[in-house]
Design a binder for this molecule. Structure first.
Ligand SMILES: Nc1ncnc2c1ncn2[C@@H]1O[C@H](COP(=O)(O)OP(=O)(O)OP(=O)(O)O)[C@@H](O)[C@H]1O
Ligand SMILES: [Mg+2]
Length: 269
């Protein structure tokens, strides 16, 4: 039986709790993928980050680019949205990252049409090698479709009791709503590696959440704060920091090609 390697081309990040570090994750993962050498490719992959929060999106602000998505267009006819329009909406960051983000407008998430959001995702996916989604924590009419369209969906949480309770409940509800989707993966951000007797351990978290954890990212307030204030990925400013190395390791894991088994040969005779 032969196996075929397929590299993911759409990753989705969502927070189980507010401020878990999703927007930072989208940027660091994107930059990490951009700078990693791809076997068999001379050029760097084209990476686009897309903010699916049309009211409170922070992605463009974190990278200090002007948001280019016209939410008025996203309230109209999805058939109008094609590659040319998506290109016109893209903001270019000097790092090479490309960003699809809307100016945060009050009620922005209520005015856009879910089919238009999906059409813009499709158009972006046709233009870029890797699309990374910043999915808002509040469930929107396009959330399920966006997660189902992604090769890997990651829920980011923190290692404290209320966050773990909330994450467990959220995972159970997402599993129930999307039984066909690949399992939602978990990342613990702001992780304190030193373990004191009373601290929650990684094993406690695995047990509480009843699933494995794809990655841990260390707590480091200064590195993401500095990156945000400079409008740059932390990966370009502090490549040797533990914070960046943790996201690099996670990106490698997430981009590992899934091996899809081809159908077994028909028995003959
Ligand atoms: N590993 C970390 N250690 C310490 N602070 C962090 C870490 N990751 C992110 N932060 C900080 O947490 C805050 C929230 O980060 P970020 O905006 O990326 O989260 P978010 O999940 O996108 O938030 P929101 O729910 O508002 O969309 C920021 O101040 C950021 O600098
Ligand atoms: Mg965010």
């Amino acid at each position: 039986m032969s196996a075929q390697a397929t590299q993911p081309n759409c990753l989705a990040f969502m927070g189980a709790i507010g401020g878990a570090g999703v927007t930072g994750a989208v940027i660091e993962t994107g930059f990490s993928i951009l700078k990693a050498k791809r076997p068999g490719h001379a050029a760097a992959p084209r990476v686009c980050l897309m903010d699916l929060d049309f009211e409170n999106g922070a992605l463009a602000g974190y990278l200090d680019v002007l948001p280019g998505v016209d939410t008025g267009v996203l309230a109209g006819d999805p058939a109008r949205i094609d590659g040319a329009l998506a290109s016109a909406f893209v903001s270019k960051h000097p790092s090479g990252l490309r960003v699809l983000s809307a100016p945060g407008l009050l009620g922005g998430n209520n005015s856009v049409n879910a089919d238009c959001v999906l059409a813009l995702m499709d158009a972006a996916a046709s233009l870029y090698d890797v699309l990374i989604l910043d999915v808002p924590r509040l469930w929107q009419p396009w959330t399920q479709a966006a997660l189902m369209a992604s090769d890997r969906s990651v829920l980011i949480t923190e290692m404290n009791i209320p966050a773990l309770h909330h994450t467990r409940d959220r995972l159970a509800q997402m599993d129930a709503i999307m039984p066909q989707s690949p399992p939602i993966e978990l990342v613990i951000n702001k992780h304190e590696r030193r373990s004191f007797r009373a601290a929650i351990t990684a094993d406690d978290a695995r047990q509480a959440l009843e699933r494995d954890i794809t990655g841990f990212v260390c707590i480091d307030a200064a590195t993401p704060r500095n990156a945000m204030n400079c409008g740059q990925p932390a990966g370009s400013l502090h490549p040797d920091s533990r914070y960046v190395k943790d996201w690099d390791a996670l990106s490698r894991k997430l981009m590992t090609p899934a091996r899809t088994q081809s159908a077994p040969a028909q028995a003959t005779g």
